[in-house]
Design a protein around this ligand. Structure first.
Ligand code: CP
Ligand code: NVA
Length: 334
């Protein structure tokens, strides 16, 4: 009994300082309130202005902390932006490449969590199944951050919102259209829009709509904020939308469905015509957004992704600032 008490006291002591509402990390936009999302975005703007450069307000704020990056799938933006961003904050990052063996294969997810909490102060994980994140979170005494799962991509959405605020000055009165597969990126964006009062329209082929439970949750949130959530098959429903967002038609883990999916989506390729439909009635042409990686010539044409209306590299840039803001909150440093 004494030994057990000592062990638990040791665990308490080694835990990093925790950040209130964000103490557990972030698994899903669905877990946040609109005010909590705004809190991160306000900090993200300040973190970006500061640049986290030596002598700035945030440089070294996470000194002495170690973060595990556990990735079952490939990544350019998420891996780079977390690694570089956390380094700017003074934290130490360890990358665990899990591409060749899914979590739980060599040892139980629970045991993974219970080992990692002994050495590191947070886990940033990219997984196939969202349930694996929940399992890690349930068993680790350290925060867990979703770096993409089949259900949500919350860090992407935080960067996307930061990008929209920079482009339009605020989110007030904005309408966002999502065209393509009702996937993880669509889920997080729709939920955040609903919670922030931004009207959202998803146009998808039949059978590729966002998940029912996510639409239900977004619709309930939108009811509170006055936003509208529209799930449609008609591209005409994106008229007057300030941003057109698309993503790959085949997400990581769905490669076996490539043949089946391609044909279903071709009419939703975001080209100049679709951008013109969105821009109808607006003072300025609609912006184009994509989380990347893009499959040029599939979900988007070169002329659209390379146009002056394209925000894709700003979105990539803001991954780092939005995530740094999130991590400062997670560790209770802001
Ligand atoms: N947008 C995004 O998450 O990119 P990566 O898959 O390269 O991390
Ligand atoms: N929906 C894509 C996003 C990649 C960043 C995927 O899950 O593969």
């Amino acid at each position: 009994m004494t030994a057990m008490m000592n062990q638990s006291a040791t665990t308490e002591l080694k835990m990093a300082p925790r950040g209130g509402a964000f103490a557990g990390g972030l698994l899903a936009i669905d877990d946040l309130t609109g005010d909590q999302i705004r809190e991160i975005l306000t900090l993200a703007a300040s973190v970006k202005t500061d640049g986290c450069v030596l002598g700035g307000a945030y440089a070294g704020a996470l000194a002495g902390l170690s973060v595990t990056m556990l990735f079952e799938k490939p990544s350019l933006r998420t891996r780079m932006s977390f690694d570089i961003g956390l380094t700017k904050l003074g934290a130490h990052v360890v990358y665990l490449d899990h591409a060749s063996a899914r979590l739980g294969a060599r040892e139980a997810v629970k045991d993974y969590a219970k080992n990692l909490e002994r050495w590191t102060d947070a886990i940033v994980a990219r997984v196939f199944k969202h349930a694996v994140l929940e399992e890690l979170s349930a068993h680790a005494a350290i925060p867990v951050v979703n770096a993409l799962s089949d259900l949500e991509h919350p860090c992407q959405t935080l960067a996307d919102l930061q990008t929209l605020i920079e482009r339009y000055g605020s989110l007030d009165g904005l309408k966002v259209a999502y065209v393509g597969d009702g996937n993880n990126v669509c889920h997080s964006l729709m939920l955040a829009c609903a919670k922030l009062g931004v009207s959202f329209t998803a146009v998808t082929p039949k059978g590729f709509e966002p998940r029912f439970g996510v639409v239900k949750s977004a619709t309930a949130a939108a009811h509170e904020t006055g936003a509208t959530i529209t799930i449609s098959r008609s591209i005409d429903d994106i008229k007057g939308h300030h941003a057109v967002y698309t993503d790959t038609w085949v997400s990581m883990g769905q490669e076996h469905q490539t043949g089946l999916r391609g044909g279903e989506f071709t009419h939703l390729q975001v080209d100049a015509d679709i951008m013109a439909i969105a821009s109808e009635g607006l003072e300025e042409p609609a912006a184009f957004m994509h989380c990347l990686p893009a499959h040029r010539g599939e979900e988007v044409t070169d002329d659209v992704i390379d146009s002056a209306q394209s925000l894709v590299y700003e979105q990539a840039d803001n991954r780092m600032w939005a995530q740094n803001a999130l991590m400062l909150k997670v560790f209770g440093k802001q």
